[in-house]
Write a protein that binds this ligand. Structure first.
Ligand code: HEM
Length: 402
């Protein structure tokens, strides 16, 4: 059995800056490693592609934390966690029921119908930036774009985005100390109260939006509970923007620091779809998949994983596994057969993948077309990543000039 890694492994500043070389060194020692994260748990990191992909779709690994009440507060915090009762944190048959309820809103065809509006928002954001000649591409563009789209889809006022942007970040970041734990508990209560108000408003005066559709599914057909309505809306709001913002941010940083690839994409815009898949593989927004719990004693790559353990599948590490990708540390926007797992795999495969791809395609195409001199406004070494320990990998800011 390999030695147990300390929790700091995923919290250190070095790891946040460059998780890939840390993962690579770890992968050389084996695909599965015990880790004390969250502290005090029996947990394992899976750092290769083959076992990571299998684990994502292994029915012995449950996504329902209610089955392990003693681990529940460590993951979601004390109190009444708003994120605990949605499709991501459930197993079949609940997962199947909850996913089916909203999946029609996210089919490739329905998503494609959003194209004109996504383009309009993209153009408006770039108009506002060009007047200044410089921008924080993250705060001025990559964040407002997906959050506006998901708010409009759900039927949530976009003007409230700064407030729930902060709450959602707190909700998905494991706290390091009591202060952060308190912050997360406050964010949980605020999100609960916020959606509670919106649900009550739509119940009184329904509109043509997803909140109203879910309220109708609850009240008229009894297809889900009130708590599941609240939790599903929170999941969609969070998943709908915490990730795409970082596909645009991480992808643009990768492109701007690889001038040959940038020039190639400008020359051959038809490469955009494969470039986006490459950004997802090379430095995807989801560093580790959500917590999974072993429902039985099992082995992963020969390492015993006792019943009740937590399993972290490192999607970022899987994307750089030389066993699965040629030259994995090379950014190659012409890469074909790019079977990355940045959107997960199996029954929990990202419901919003078509929307994320659409937003990213419009964002990159329009930025490159309208800003021919787009470049970093500071040395790459000065660009800061968010502290890790969160499931998300993303930048704090991306200063650019054009
Ligand atoms: C699930 C990644 C954008 C909604 C997931 C999972 C991943 C992922 C890795 C699976 C997690 C696991 O198995 O532990 C991403 C990335 C995105 C993105 C990289 C952007 C680049 C979106 C968007 C939405 C969305 C725009 C729209 C609302 C969801 C939902 C699930 C999910 C609802 C849960 C699916 C289930 O449990 O069946 N996503 N996501 N995601 N994603 Fe995304």
């Amino acid at each position: 059995m390999p030695e147990k890694l300390p929790a700091e492994f995923v919290f250190s500043p070095e790891f946040s800056r460059d998780p890939h070389s840390t993962y690579s060194a770890l992968r050389d020692r084996g695909p599965v490693h015990p880790i004390d994260f969250p502290p005090g748990t029996d947990a394992f990191l899976v750092v290769d592609y083959e076992h990571g992909r299998k684990a994502l779709n292994d029915p012995r690994l449950s996504m329902n934390p209610a089955r392990w009440p003693e681990l529940f507060p460590m993951i979601f915090g004390q109190g009444n966690p708003v994120l605990a009762h949605n499709m991501l944190n459930s197993d079949p048959p609940d997962h199947t029921r909850l996913r089916r309820l909203v999946s029609r809103a996210f089919t490739p065809r329905r998503t494609e119908s959003l194209r004109p509006r996504v383009q309009e928002i993209t153009d408006e954001l770039i108009d506002a930036m060009t007047a200044r000649g410089h921008a924080d591409l993250l705060g001025d563009f990559a964040f407002p774009l997906p959050i506006t789209v998901i708010c409009e889809l759900l039927g949530v006022p976009v003007d409230d985005r700064d407030a729930f942007g902060d709450w959602s970040t707190s909700l998905i970041t494991p706290p390091l100390d009591e202060e952060q734990a308190r912050h997360r508990a406050e964010a949980n209560d605020a999100m609960r109260a916020y959606f509670g108000r919106i649900i009550a408003e739509r119940r009184a005066r329904p509109r043509d939006d997803m909140v109203s559709a879910m309220v109708a599914a609850r009240d008229e057909e009894d297809l889900l509970s009130e708590e599941e309505v609240l939790s599903t809306l929170t999941l969609l709001l969070i998943a709908g923007h915490e990730t795409t913002v970082n596909l645009i941010g991480n992808g643009m940083l990768a492109l701007l620091t690889h001038p040959g690839q940038l020039a190639l994409l400008r020359e051959r815009p038809g490469l955009l779809p494969s470039a986006i898949e490459e950004f997802l593989r090379y430095d995807g927004p989801v560093e580790r998949a959500s917590f999974r719990f072993s429902t039985d004693d099992m082995e992963i790559a020969g390492v015993p994983v006792p019943k009740g353990s937590l399993v972290h599948v490192c999607l970022g590490a899987a994307g750089r596994d030389p066993g699965a990708f040629d030259d994995p540390d090379t950014l190659d926007i012409t890469r074909t057969d790019n079977r990355h797992v940045a959107f997960g795999h199996g029954i929990h495969f990202c419901l919003g993948a078509p929307l994320a791809r659409l937003e990213a395609q419009i964002a990159f195409e329009t930025l490159l077309r309208r800003l021919p001199d787009l470049a970093l406004a500071c040395p790459p070494g000065e660009i800061a990543w968010h502290r890790n320990g969160s499931l998300i990998r993303g930048l704090r800011a991306l200063p650019v000039r054009f």
